[in-house]
Ligand binder design. Structure first.
Ligand SMILES: Nc1ncnc2c1ncn2[C@@H]1O[C@H](COP(=O)(O)OP(=O)(O)OP(=O)(O)O)[C@@H](O)[C@H]1O
Ligand SMILES: [Mg+2]
Length: 234
């Protein structure tokens, strides 16, 4: 479905990604693995349209969409849950979701994920719906951030640093939701610092080192030592 083909990405004169190629299939999870500064967030930002890249370096169902602005990529069904969540602090949990759902509907994205459905799927959030979104625990906020992207009914959901700073129980909650999303046919691309967890939760993995893909494969067949080597470098 999504084909990243020899993608380069730059911040001004600094080149952050070199020749990155990666395919993502509908209904599967891909984990991006790499140390700090490797280029994982840059790759997600490039796919989300936040960084200008060559048009043909990103294709969705065969159509070149690289470099399209963020609102076009959302209309294309690409949603990013950014690092740090960035919820609207002056809005309640429910309002955060309704604003996103309303905006998505205006650009023609609607489907099975609605605010109401998400409160059913996430019973721990339902009693908190009136609370200011930032008056929640980190794990609860992460669920809201993912829910806010889901109400846009994406074909591809990208989550940056999905479990950063969360308790083990909160991490389990987040992955439970992501498994449901994948099983419903959405592709998931996630960045996870915990290598074992990243492999356990994904169908494919892709290791990035200094802006280049150094290893990729089927997660179930991954050799931990090789992935760790690709992660930490020599
Ligand atoms: N806005 C920016 N302007 C200039 N350089 C940037 C910018 N954002 C990131 N970079 C650089 O691009 C490279 C890749 O950064 P990126 O944020 O993609 O790494 P990452 O793999 O997500 O790391 P982390 O695990 O720390 O989040 C780094 O060298 C970083 O310093
Ligand atoms: Mg990052």
């Amino acid at each position: 479905m999504l084909c990243i083909d020899r993608l380069d990405a730059r911040y001004g004169l600094f080149q952050a990604l070199f020749d990155v190629s990666l395919d993502v299939v509908r209904g599967e999870t891909v984990a991006l693995i790499g140390s700090n500064g490797a280029g994982k967030s840059t790759l997600l930002r490039a796919i989300a349209g936040a960084i200008k890249v060559e048009r043909t370096s990103i294709k969705l169902d065969g159509r070149a969409i690289g470099g399209d602005p963020e609102h076009s990529q959302i209309a294309n069904g690409i949603a990013l849950v950014p690092e740090g969540r960035r919820l609207f602090s002056n809005l309640s949990v429910e309002e955060n979701l309704l604003v996103a759902e309303g905006a998505a509907r205006k650009i023609g994205r609607k489907g099975e994920w609605t605010t109401e459905r998400l409160f059913k799927e996430l019973p721990s959030l339902a009693p908190l719906r009136e609370r200011p979104a930032t008056a929640l625990s980190g794990g609860q906020q992460q669920l809201v951030a993912i829910a806010r992207s889901l109400v846009m009914n994406p074909q591809i959901l990208m989550c940056d640093e999905v479990s950063l700073g969360l308790s083990p129980v909160a991490v389990d909650g987040v992955y439970q939701l992501l498994r449901k999303v994948r099983d419903a046919g959405t592709a998931v691309i996630l960045v996870e610092q915990n290598v074992s967890r990243a492999l356990a939760e994904s169908d494919h993995y892709c290791c990035i080192q200094k802006g280049r893909v150094v290893l990729k494969g089927v997660s179930a067949n991954a050799e931990y030592g090789r992935v760790a080597h690709a992660y930490f470098g020599s």
